[in-house]
Design a protein around this ligand. Sequence first.
Ligand SMILES: CC(C)(COP(=O)(O)OP(=O)(O)OC[C@H]1O[C@@H](n2cnc3c(N)ncnc32)[C@H](O)[C@@H]1OP(=O)(O)O)[C@@H](O)C(=O)NCCC(=O)NCCS
Length: 169
Amino acid sequence: MNVTAAIPAYSIVLDAPEHSAAVEALYDDVFGPGRFAKTAERLREGNTAIADASLVAIDSEGVTGVVRVWPVTVGEKGRAAFLGPIAVAERRRGNGVAFKLMERAIGVCREQGYAAVILVGDFEYYERFGFKPSGDRFQLPGPVDQKRVLIRDLSDRAATLKGALAVPR
Ligand SMILES: CC(C)(COP(=O)(O)OP(=O)(O)OC[C@H]1O[C@@H](n2cnc3c(N)ncnc32)[C@H](O)[C@@H]1OP(=O)(O)O)[C@@H](O)C(=O)NCCC(=O)NCCS
């Protein structure tokens, strides 16, 4: 059996204004209206996504997956990439779409010189991409379950990152 042919084709392209409406609809479907109340959202509002690391997956039905990545400051002098949200439409889950989006987004962050990628999520899922719990190294601008604050080191400089995460000014 040709397994590749059993999975409908999709492509991964850079996020762009033309995808905005479809991306918002996908986020609404996946996370519901409560998504704007999340603490992580405080690091996105007033911020500008890292263009090359923010990606959408498109198939014949349109936008089927999205990941966005944001620059943040860490403490006084640090910088890192803050990833999320990532979402894949239910109809495409389990096809590795999120895996491809994650791998590419992390690769771009490394190429752009970010010391680390930080996110809030389930360790059980993100472990496969090299994320590990960050302990109490980082403070987010609101309540968060610290066990879910994860970091993926991209360089030796990641070890020096510590402090409050904030939107760059
Ligand atoms: C998480 C999500 C992006 C994964 O998308 P996907 O394209 O199906 O992911 P992949 O195909 O690369 O991987 C699927 C695997 O991840 C596992 N997985 C998905 N969510 C998981 C979680 N929260 N914890 C542990 N494993 C998880 C699936 O069970 C599946 O396992 P398998 O490979 O053993 O079958 C998608 O399920 C989704 O949009 N979920 C709702 C939104 C969400 O939780 N986003 C992440 C928080 S910001």
